[in-house]
Design a protein around this ligand. Sequence first.
Ligand code: FES
Length: 171
Amino acid sequence: MLNEEIRNSILELQKQYPQRRSALIPALHLAQMQEGYLPREIQDEVAALFNIDPNEVNAVVTFYDMFFEEPTGKHILHVCKNVSCMLRGGDGLLSRLCHKLRIAPGGTTEDEEFTVIASECLGACDRAPMMIVDDKVVGPVNPDDLDKILEEAKKGPGHPCPAELLGGSHG
Ligand code: FES
């Protein structure tokens, strides 16, 4: 269940838009702060706050790579698989990363440290092949540097989820 602070923040956010439903994406980011992902119950609560069909909320959540329906690892590694990155070795980068972490794209490591997402264009084609490590753009990535990148990521607080600030329980 959404905590009161997030619920109130969403209601406040809605007031900043001429049309309430335009606040849906930022509201989902807020809602995701609570647990680090968006279980169906929370999606339904958000839908109720917007007075829209829960399936509409679910369509948004499942469309965007930055929303998660299942718990994730502490660190999110987006690897771009779109054309510019692909032409510069993005596929190899993704498979090397997955092999190193012993997971498939979309998977989470056993220690729950990393989740790897194969993403569409992440808007930094000039840095191809690139990744977003938590909230940081990294690239061009040399696959030989993956160990260093993973070590660096481990030092950070994890993917953007200031749940601690909001009293949530992100793992
Ligand atoms: S194609 Fe990879 S960032 Fe655009």
